[in-house]
Design a protein around this ligand. Structure first.
Ligand code: HMG
Ligand code: NDP
Length: 420
């Protein structure tokens, strides 16, 4: 069964879940976990974080129409923001018949930083680190036999002299293949274990021993050819490219453009129990790597009025570690995706980021964002205004028809229908 599913959104939540379960082979128990009827409890939460008093449900939806590296998938997305999942599905639809998304990955390499201070001869200390590279990497690799047995571990290192406000310090980058883990704990353990050896080699004092979230050795890329959402309208295609070009040139616009990408990226990262803050920090730092903040996506006009989209961003996500295994919904979401490696997961997330951005640019270049977004947000606004049961549908219908997206207008309309 494919996931190009016209009108998937018109099904009931139960019917959608049945389709997803059939596609991904989810069991009855896994369906109950997704519905929130089983699996996650206050006790589970209490084992995950501190001072637990409850937990906060976030909607879990699936984006339809995604084909990634030739495979049809339903993409689980956890988000509180209306129109995000609709937009991702909308853009994926436009890339489906042209082959879907093709991805690549630079490898699951994380960077651990060891920071050495109080050096009388920083450049000589740097040379000594390289002279002792094998001993340093061996020390790192003694920390994680599991990772080594899986073909990962510390592979190499690089050293820089960094001039800080008060002194020249050494920053040693340990390059660690963390396989299918995000790797923060694995890398931090190595950083801490190797620090005494580094102090001995350099004669300095180590302060920081922590991974870098600028995971620029763990880059995921995705590419897709989108059918023109504007038919043969050249002016609209021009407006689309112009919208992208402003983002590429202007950091104020790029921040919003990339926020739109992260609407999709963070929703899948969260649904799979990965660390949203780590991925967000990495993406934005990567966007600023040339000294000026710019876009993570690029667009070029293709043949027959197609638009070729590409995305490139660091994606430190895993299938083990963090909450990926301890959170029952995350475990089920990973099963839903049918991924076996962190590389596959990163590719899918990159594809969703690209789709998300394409959908937002399409709307921005044409009717504007409010029409689609606010249509889907209208339900939230109606509920916030106090609408209940059948009132919600009536308020939404009125808001969309009249284009009145103001909260005070909605409240007045609600009062009016209650007086009828
Ligand atoms: C919202 C749509 C999709 C409506 O778009 P539409 O043209 O009204 O939709 P349609 O009825 O023609 O349907 C097209 C497809 O959209 C999907 N779709 C359509 N409706 C639904 C729905 N209810 N639930 C789930 N999926 C839906 C669905 O896949 C459907 O295909 P079909 O099933 O018919 O083959 C469109 O207007 C859109 O893509 N808008 C962009 C919305 C967006 O980007 N939202 C993100 C939040 S705004 C933001 O935070 C970021 C931003 C925008 O500032 C970033 C930036 O500035 O770059
Ligand atoms: N700056 C940041 O971003 C920071 C993030 N974090 C947090 O760290 C967590 C992620 O750390 P991470 O190291 O991934 O998690 P874990 O330490 O929980 O998991 C990684 C470990 O799992 C074991 N493992 C089993 N199978 C595999 C496999 N196929 N591939 C790789 N490893 C495998 C490995 O060894 P073994 O069996 O010996 O454990 C590995 O060290 C997240 O919760 C994140 O929020 C923490 C600190 C800082």
């Amino acid at each position: 069964m494919g996931t190009r599913f016209k009108g998937f959104y018109r099904l009931s939540p139960e019917e959608r879940l049945d389709n997803v379960a059939e596609h991904s082979g989810l069991s009855g128990e896994e369906k109950a976990i997704i519905r929130g009827e089983k699996g996650f409890s206050v006790q589970t939460a209490d084992q995950m974080v501190e001072n637990v008093i409850g937990y906060m449900p976030i909607p879990l939806g699936v984006a339809a129409n995604f084909k990634v590296d030739g495979r049809d998938i339903f993409v689980p997305m956890a988000t509180e923001e209306p129109s995000v999942i609709a937009a991702a599905s909308n853009a994926a639809r436009l890339a489906y018949d042209t082959g879907g998304f093709t991805t690549s990955f630079s490898g699951p390499i994380m960077i651990g930083q060891v920071h050495v201070t109080q050096l009388s001869h920083p450049y000589a200390a740097m040379a000594k680190i390289y002279e002792n590279k094998e001993a340093i990497l061996n020390k790192c690799n003694q920390q994680d036999p599991t990772l080594i047995s899986l073909g990962g571990g510390a592979l190499d290192l690089e050293v820089r002299v960094v001039k800080t406000l008060s002194e020249k310090v050494l920053v040693i980058h340990l390059f660690v293949d963390t396989r299918d883990a995000m790797g923060a704990n694995a890398v931090n353990t190595m950083n801490e274990a190797v620090a005494p050896l580094i102090e001995k080699i350099t004669g300095g004092k180590v302060v920081l021993r922590i991974l870098s979230n600028l995971a620029d050795k763990r880059i995921a890329r995705a590419r897709a050819v989108f059918e023109s959402p504007f038919g043969n309208d050249k002016e609209m295609l021009h407006r689309f490219i112009s919208a992208y070009e402003l983002a590429a040139a202007d950091p104020y616009r790029a921040a919003t453009h990339n926020k739109g990408i992260m609407n999709g990226v963070s929703a899948v990262v969260l649904a799979t129990g990965n660390d949203t803050r780590a991925v967000e920090a990495g993406a934005h730092a990567y966007a600023a790597r040339f000294g000026r903040y710019t876009t993570l996506t690029h667009y070029e006009l293709g043949e027959n009025r197609t638009i070729i989209g590409t995305i490139e961003l660091p994606l430190a996500v895993g299938l083990v570690g963090g909450a990926t295994k301890s959170h029952p919904v995350a475990r089920t979401a990973i099963k839903m995706l049918g991924v076996k490696t962190s590389r596959e997961l990163a590719g899918i997330i990159a594809a969703v980021g690209l789709a998300q951005n394409f959908a937002a640019l399409r709307a921005l270049a044409s009717e504007g964002i409010q029409k689609g977004h606010m249509k889907l947000h209208a339900k939230n606004m109606a509920i916030q205004a106090g609408a209940k049961g059948h009132e919600i549908g009536r308020v939404v219908e009125w808001v969309v028809k009249e284009g009145r997206f103001r909260f005070d207008d909605i409240k007045r309309y609600l009062e009016k229908i209650r007086e009828e």
